[in-house]
Write a protein that binds this ligand. Structure first.
Ligand SMILES: Nc1nc2c(ncn2[C@@H]2O[C@H](COP(=O)(O)OP(=O)(O)O)[C@@H](O)[C@H]2O)c(=O)[nH]1
Ligand SMILES: [Mg+2]
Length: 316
């Protein structure tokens, strides 16, 4: 293994201590095209330092714009800071219009107006270049990195359909955030998306009458789905309001009880395939059909193997 430069070692040390600037620098390094060498060295070094991210829980919040995802994350963050557990959380908003507004706690959308010394929370806005509202190829690496430093990594994404599936693939726990009487429920049923989230959040429950009828509609739908899909249990539905703070503490409790995936090798292979498809199209995908995580669990090692295969196929 190559040794990290003094500069890289310093950035890692800073990020480890919860400093925002070094972490932001590491992230920009990952977001640069052709970041391969940097990425490889970075993740190898982190692993060798025992920062393997295995204890980190990834939580996805998804749903239509305006459902209250950012507000919920703001409230979860405030609730989180109330306890002295010493645990840390990162929030990644994959949404150009994302606006986290946890009252005075989280201000402007790209910059948290947290006290500069507040090291327990990190917020990052992630542009969604290639796939509108979805997870772009760099986002995966950013999430991988954040897992190495934070106990919880929250991802906020917008969209209905394919995008939710993308996020739920990266998440250990995924929530679909709905608001009372959105046309959402019908829409989600149609696209088969009801299968995807582990849990639902019905937000804006301060709008009591609407919220109650939506809640019953949602629960009835979910119970119906359980009956037609044997083996499925009814997922939890949380009722929240960021105005009255209803349900926020319960939601955080639930999240705290969840366990990270014991093994991310399936995710690694899946993300590699996505990456290769993105860079080399179907030709690339065909070249790496046989690749599996048996080679290694580290993304970059698999990526090197994949590139070799593609190279061979290009020559032949
Ligand atoms: N009444 C009510 N409004 C809310 C609640 N949560 C968020 N909002 C409002 O809904 C709008 C969209 O919220 P936002 O968090 O930006 O939604 P996002 O697009 O899903 O991230 C904002 O005007 C919020 O103030 C809630 O619990 N109750
Ligand atoms: Mg938002």
């Amino acid at each position: 293994m190559k040794r990290p430069s003094a500069e890289l070692a310093e950035l890692i040390e800073g990020a480890r201590e919860g400093e925002k600037f070094p972490l932001a620098k590491l992230i920009s390094g990952l977001e640069r095209p052709d970041s391969f060498e940097f990425r490889k060295l970075l993740f190898e070094t982190l692993s060798s330092l025992g920062l393997d991210g295995k204890n980190s829980l990834t939580v996805g919040l998804t749903g239509t714009p305006g459902a209250g995802k950012s507000s919920l994350l703001g409230e979860l963050a405030s609730e989180f800071l109330k306890s002295d557990s010493g645990e840390t959380m990162a929030i990644v908003a994959v949404d150009p219009s994302s606006h986290i507004s946890g009252g005075s706690l989280l201000g402007d959308r790209t910059r948290l107006s947290l006290p500069a010394r507040e090291k327990r929370i990190y917020f990052r806005s992630q542009p969604s270049q290639l796939e509108l509202g979805g997870v772009n190829p760099y986002t995966y690496h950013v999430i991988r990195l954040l897992r190495r430093f934070f106990r919880y990594v929250f991802i906020e994404t917008v969209g209905i359909g394919q995008n939710e599936i993308e996020v739920s693939k990266l998440s250990d726990l995924s929530f679909l955030v709905l608001q009372p009487l959105g046309g959402d429920q019908v829409q989600f049923m149609k696209s088969g998306i009801m299968e995807v989230p582990d849990s639902f959040i019905l937000n804006k429950c301060d709008e009591t009458a609407l919220a109650n009828s939506s809640f019953h509609m949602l629960v009835t739908t979910l119970e119906f789905l359980k009956d037609v899909m044997p083996g499925k249990s009814v997922p939890p539905v949380f009722k929240t309001s960021t105005k009255t703070k209803q349900g926020i503490a319960e939601l955080l409790d639930f999240i705290r009880k969840a366990k990270p995936a014991p093994d991310r090798s399936e995710e690694t292979v899946l993300q590699l395939k996505k990456w290769i498809k993105n860079e080399y199209g179907n030709f690339g995908l065909r070249s790496i059909e046989s690749i599996s995580s048996d080679v290694s669990n580290e993304f970059e090692t698999l990526e090197e193997t994949a590139l070799r295969e593609i190279g061979k196929n290009l020559k032949s």
